[in-house]
Design a protein around this ligand. Structure first.
Ligand code: MG
Ligand code: MG
Length: 269
């Protein structure tokens, strides 16, 4: 298993792709209101991607279960839907829903991948807490990533943050390396397993990881719907998902999928 290290020039390319992803997601966050369909959000993302001369990463991805490539530009997953929800004009957001949007592009040969979950209008306090905890887990990764750190140490902190809140980390889906391909080595779990401890990832300058905690309010068991894509929680309780593409740089991390430049010195707090 080879993890590629990116040069400074490549990191700049990845930053350009990441900034486009951030721009699209921030626009979608603005638009995600009661009465809006996930199909409308998809159309906005498609148009912005086209205008930027980029390619949408998810559209046309072959389905692992049957012959039905992913039809959307974004994944739009509502409430008990975890990931890979298919955007549609039929799915109209309602007050109190939570919506996860996952989006990626390839721009000039380099990829960016990011996701957020947002409340639609006013949401219940337990749903807000689910969002806060999942976002905090991603923030732990941003703060702790630095050369020389073992990924298991960071995954352990993320998992503890989740457990303390009484929520469950999803194990079926994990983060990944990213570069000229959307999915590169290594696999980046949000929990510590025997397998991770055996094959731990020691972070090195130039690694670029898409870190993406997925957290369920109830059981961590999930299943895929008969559309071949949409993954839901088995108990139909809510799930949240946040993701950033993050580079390991000298002394810390750099989030590539935020609008503003965002470097973190691991020596700071
Ligand atoms: Mg993603
Ligand atoms: Mg990803």
């Amino acid at each position: 298993m080879a993890i590629t290290l990116k040069s400074d020039r490549e990191l700049e390319q990845l930053r350009k792709a990441g900034r486009l992803v951030a721009k699209v997601l921030s626009q979608l966050k603005e638009y995600a209101k009661p009465g809006v369909s996930t199909g409308e959000l998809d159309a906005i993302a498609a148009e912005m991607t086209r205008q930027a001369g980029a390619a949408a990463l998810f559209k046309g991805v072959p389905c692992p279960y049957r012959n039905k490539p992913f039809p959307g530009v974004i994944c739009a997953s509502v409430n008990e839907q975890l990931v890979h929800g298919i955007p549609s004009e039929q799915v109209v957001l309602r007050e109190g829903d939570i919506l996860s949007v996952d989006f990626g592009v390839k721009l000039d040969g380099y990829c960016g991948d990011s996701a957020f979950t947002v409340g639609i209008g006013q949401i219940a306090p337990d749903r807000q807490r689910l969002l806060d905890v999942t976002r905090r887990m991603l923030e732990i990764a941003v703060q702790r990533i630095a050369p020389g750190v073992k990924w298991s140490a960071i995954a352990g902190e993320m998992e503890a943050c989740c457990r303390q809140a009484g929520f469950a980390v999803v194990q079926e889906y994990v983060g990944h390396g990213i570069g000229t391909e959307m999915h590169e080595e290594p696999k980046v779990p949000n929990f510590v397993s025997r397998d991770l401890l055996k094959n731990d990832i020691v972070l090195k300058r130039g690694m670029v990881l898409a870190v993406e905690p997925m957290v369920n309010m109830g059981t961590n068991k999930v299943k895929t719907l008969s559309d071949g894509w949409t993954v839901i929680t088995q108990d139909r309780k809510c799930s949240a998902h946040f993701e950033h593409t993050i580079a390991v740089i000298e002394g810390g991390s750099r989030v590539l999928t935020r609008l503003d430049d965002d470097e973190h010195d691991s020596n700071g707090q």
